[in-house]
Design a protein around this ligand. Structure first.
Ligand SMILES: Cc1cc2nc3c(=O)[nH]c(=O)nc-3n(C[C@H](O)[C@H](O)[C@H](O)COP(=O)(O)OP(=O)(O)OC[C@H]3O[C@@H](n4cnc5c(N)ncnc54)[C@H](O)[C@@H]3O)c2cc1C
Length: 381
């Protein structure tokens, strides 16, 4: 598919990313899945490649390039089925909190490490009793002189074992009404006493990801680690979720394209009843439908990417993209896996990884039901 939103420079970058993934990530990925974690050295390597926070300003070590470079990275990692090396979380989801809401002194402290891979990022919103209902979060941060004393726990935190800097949503004003006005964002450095990582959670899929619990036990975080002002946290979260959800949808469409690619290869090879699998009408119709959906997803997303870069507010459209594309990604993975027969259920076939990884996409970043609520609200319902 010819995609007009990318320049020749983006395509040159894409070719180099693709080559690097094929040579250095694909061959090692199964090992990382076994370890449920990507080696820290890979983050340093990614930094050397210019993959981390590519849009960071040059004075902080970034390349100062546009969001389309992030899109290329997210697409390529997802297309090759290696999204557990969660560069997209670092670049598209967490770094924007620092880019948009950190002051120059904070940026000087943190951004160079985010670009080099020495400071891996995570964002901790979800708690055992507060996921979709984020405004009810309970982790408290009570001011004591020059520090906030943080107590509480977070769960399901991506990059949780590796993260060096965690953007943590905390309640700084327990009395605020409505409650979301009492939420603030603190950047917690992983070596702060009182911060501990919990289990690296045992998941159904997305195995290379170190999705983890986090605990805060009288964790004293300096006041200078507050992002923006007290009470603005919920607003900041809502502002950044547009890009987070767009990135998840972009990864979803690329993963669906990758699933189609491996399935096309397979149906050409597999022989049964004296012909190749590709010759059966069911195969042809299934893959014709899958290819149509992949193209629809890409076309919709390309429009949203351009409008997002232009600064448009796209809450309704991005919510549509997040639910539809990730539901479609899972449907594509399921239909393609079926074409592999028993082999599709075996881990050694990439289609099985596309299938298990796709499942999580409908849950994180705001569940797909929450996306439909947001759309309905924008319809005046
Ligand atoms: C692999 C993985 C990685 C994650 N990474 C992170 C991370 O890095 N940082 C982070 O903070 N969190 C992360 N999460 C957490 C994720 O964002 C939450 O799981 C998600 O927001 C849902 O919250 P919950 O699990 O508490 O489910 P609940 O909120 O309890 O939802 C239960 C069910 O209720 C439905 N529901 C909720 N609200 C409504 C409504 N208004 N109307 C109708 N139905 C509704 C939901 O759709 C769901 O089906 C991750 C989760 C996973 C699985």
């Amino acid at each position: 598919m010819d995609r007009k939103i990318f320049s020749e420079e983006h395509e040159i970058f894409r070719a180099s990313v693709r080559k690097y993934i094929q040579a250095n990530i694909v061959p090692k990925y199964a090992e990382w899945e076994e370890a449920h974690c990507v080696p820290r050295e890979m983050w340093i390597e990614a930094g050397k490649q210019g993959w981390l926070c590519p849009n960071a300003e040059e004075e902080y070590g970034g390349l100062g390039v546009d969001f389309l470079y992030n899109v290329v990275l997210t697409e390529e990692m997802s297309f090759f089925g290696v999204p557990g090396f969660f560069v997209s979380l670092h670049n598209d989801v967490v770094y924007p909190y620092i880019e948009r809401f950190a002051n120059p002194e904070q940026k000087k402290r943190w951004v160079p490490g985010c670009v080099s891979g020495e400071k891996i990022l995570a964002v901790a919103m979800s708690e055992p009793d507060a996921g979709s209902d984020l405004a009810s979060l309970r982790t408290k941060a009570i001011r004591d002189g020059d520090h906030y004393v943080v107590n509480g726990s977070k769960t399901f935190i991506s990059n949780g074992q590796l993260a060096d800097l965690v953007v943590v949503a905390v309640r700084t004003d327990p009395e605020a009404q409505p409650p979301h006005r009492g939420i603030s964002l603190l950047v917690v450095e992983a070596d702060t006493p009182g911060f501990t990582r919990g289990r690296n959670l045992d998941k159904v899929g997305f195995h290379a990801q170190d999705t983890s619990e986090m605990f805060f036990d009288d964790c004293r975080v300096p006041v200078e680690n507050l992002l923006g002002v007290e009470g603005a946290g919920f607003k900041f979260l809502m502002e950044n979720l547009q890009q987070e959800r767009l990135a998840l949808a972009i990864g979803g469409a690329a993963a669906a394209a990758g699933t189609l690619a491996v399935t096309l290869d397979y149906v050409h090879e597999r022989k049964l009843f004296g012909q190749t699998l590709s010759k059966f009408q069911n195969t042809r119709f299934e893959l014709a439908e899958v290819a149509t959906k992949v193209q629809l997803a890409r076309t919709f997303l390309d429009d949203l990417i351009v409008r997002h870069i232009a600064g448009e507010s796209l809450v309704k459209e991005v919510s549509m993209a997040k639910w539809w594309v990730t539901d479609t990604q899972f449907e594509v993975a399921d239909r393609c896996l079926q074409l592999f027969g028993g082999y599709g259920y075996m881990k050694e076939y990439l289609v099985s990884r596309f299938w298990v990884d796709a499942r999580a996409q409908r849950i994180y970043g705001g569940t797909n039901e929450v996306m439909k609520e947001l759309i309905a609200r924008h319809l005046g319902l």
